[in-house]
Each structure stands twice: as C-alpha cells, then as structure tokens.
Design a protein around this ligand. Sequence first.
Ligand code: PMP
Length: 427
Amino acid sequence: MNDLYARHRRVLPDWLALYYEQPLEITHGEGRHVWGADGTRYLDFFGGILTTMTAHALPEVTKAVAEQAGRIVHSSTLYLNRPMVDLAERIAQLSGIPDARVFFTTSGTEANDTALLLATTYRRSNTVLAMRNSYHGRSFSAVGITGNRGWSPTSLSPLQTLYVHGGVRRRGPFAHLDDEAFIAACVDDLRDLLGHTRPPAALIAEPVQGVGGFTSPPDGLYAAFREVLHERGVLWIADEVQTGWGRTGDHFWGWQAHARNGPPDIVTFAKGIGNGASIGGVIARAEIMNCLDANSISTFGGTQLTMAAGLANLTFLLEHDLQGNARRVGGLLIERLRAVAAQDPGVREVRGRGLMIGVELTRPGTDRADPDRATAVLEAARAGGLLIGKGGGHDTSALRIAPPLSLTVAEAEEGAAILESALRSTQ
Ligand code: PMP
C-alpha cells in the first residue's frame, strides 16, 4: 500500500469507493490525457462525465478562472453578480423552458435537493416518484430518491418515494418486450402507482441512467409518462447531471429524446459544465422557482470564480460544436466497439449515444451479470494506458465510457484498440 493510500485509509471514510487494486493518484492533465504520480500517461475515457466535460486544463477556462481569482470572489447572492447573471441568461435560453429561472448550486446533489425543495413546496406533497436503478446524489433527500441499492446507504428518508419501472429493461418482467410494448407496460405501472397513493409532487428521472450503467429507455418513454403526470399536476424533473450539454450527441439535453410534448418542469445539471469548477444548478419555470415561502441564499452556489469557468467552458463548447463532435466521434466509437463485441460472447450489449457509451458484460451463454470481469477489464485497460469507468444496477457489470467531448477520431481509435485488448485478455 503506498503512503498516500495508507493515509487516505486512516483519515477518510471507509465508504469512499476507490477504483483499482492499486488506487491511482492523478497529478495533472491536458486535453484528453491525464498523468499519474509515477509519470504514466493515460487516455481519459471517463473524466468527461465527472469533472471535465470539454478538455483537461483547457487554456480558455484556466485563464478565465485565474483572472477572476485575481479580481474578486465574494458572496454569490448578496450582491449583484455579473458572471452569474451572464451564465444564467445563457442557460435559460438554452434550456427550452419558457420563462426559465436558474439557481446555481455547488453540486448535482444540491441541485437535486433544491429541485425537490421546489417540487414538494409547489405541490405541498412530500411523495416523490423516482426510477428503479436511479442515482441522484448523496444527501439525505437525494439518497431517498436513489433507487440503485448499491448507492443508497440508509433506508431512512425525509420523503415518501415510490419507484417506477422504465429506467432499465434488461431484467425483470419487461425484459423481452419491444419498445412500444415496454412503454405501454411502464405507463400502466405508473398509472397503477398513481391510483394507489397520495398525489405525488414530482417524478425525477435521469434521461439515461448514469451510475446505473448508461442504460437508455426507448425514446419517448418520458413523453408518455409526462402525459399521465400532467393529467394529475405531477411535475417532471429531468436530472441532466450526466446527460446535459450535448453529451448524447443527438441532443443538447437528454430529455429531448422524449420531447414530443414539451420540456420538463424542472431540469437539474452539474458535473462538467464548470470543466472542473463546482457548478450545479436548477432550471425551472418562474412560477415553480418562485414558490418558496421565504427568502433563500447561497454563499458558494454561483461564485464569480465558478461562473467565470462555466462561461468560458460553455462558450468553447458551443463555438467548437462539441455536441456535433460527440455525435460523430461517439458514433464511430460505438460502431468500433460493436465490432469488438461481436467477437466476444461475454459482451451482451454495447449501448449509448454520443460520448456516453455502456458495455454490458454477462457470463457467456447466460443472462447473469459479470461484475468480476468488469473489474478485470478496468484493470487491464489501465495497464494499457486507458481510464474507463464502471457502473450498473445491483451488480456493477457495465463498462462506462465518457471521454471529454473534444475527443478526436485518432484518440477514439486508440482507446478502442486498448479496450479491445483489455477485453481479449479477460475472456
Ligand atoms: N445526479 C446524477 C445523475 C449523477 O450522476 C450524480 C453524480 N454521480 C449526481 C446527481 C450527484 O452529483 P454530485 O456528485 O455533484 O453531488
């Protein structure tokens, strides 16, 4: 055990899950690459969905942050905050939500907490619908709507939560239905739940489940849900913490694959929008955003520092059409990985959109998840110079691939080749 790992183990909580048998210390990065403390260079196929949406050490963001840090960082909300107003205006305009208001937080967890505060207050109900296998954060209320048991560390909750089918279809009673029948069955399940409960405040859902293993419901599922919810005044909250800003290539927001009848009532976002600066937030119609009974305030949500990072990052993202890049390069990568999967009986599925790609591993000839192989592939990929993630439901059997959105075709090819040999060496 290296010294830093030993110190980590002594002073930090046991429930912080680290990747790798020999945990990795990353010391710096550039573009789509990062370096370990021992000088090893890795192609980063996972950091894109975590901190770094665009590119590591993006000069435009570094410069904006340094300039702002040298000028002023003060309370986010007690005084007029120009970078906050600038970024809020741009996000409101991009959101597709009419009369949108934006509130900034410091994380995805806090964004979802705030969305729940708004929805439960607006509807005067603390009953919430969430999806099976979902992940929404680590606070008391976010854990209370997280359906993924592996990330739900307490059974206590301030909310009454009912879990809805639809996020995953690989297992369970709906596994063999086609798209249309699956949607109809999930809608029936939702209607049934609504018939037997107090009127809920909202349904919260990730358009593509992130921690759950990049599983996508059929396009249109949430549009069908929305019709049922709207009949009863129940709000729809889209958790775009992983799917926003063009990651899925075809759409700027994940909910747009379900947009037949308009945007969600509330959208939450976080992770890479600050390209390393901690920005989360909530977007909602003014009527919902302004429903709180008293004033509220935030010291760090939307500081001038993080807003400067967000503005520089968003400008880069839009000016370089990184959504289009995610569609093109992600499309090539998915194609390449499907060709590899065709030769590997332990790969059940390569799924995804844009640069959000899941590779589901099962024991050959069965439908049983293969979490041990997922761990082995992660190790083998690292040994080959590639960082990927893993995820899944009750078992962690999906590889997760989510590079920064500026990934080049050559880097996609390089990563696919490393992954191919990692898969081969673990068959
Ligand atoms: N929602 C989703 C969909 C997430 O994937 C995450 C983080 N994995 C969160 C919320 C929580 O975000 P944070 O870690 O910034 O609190």
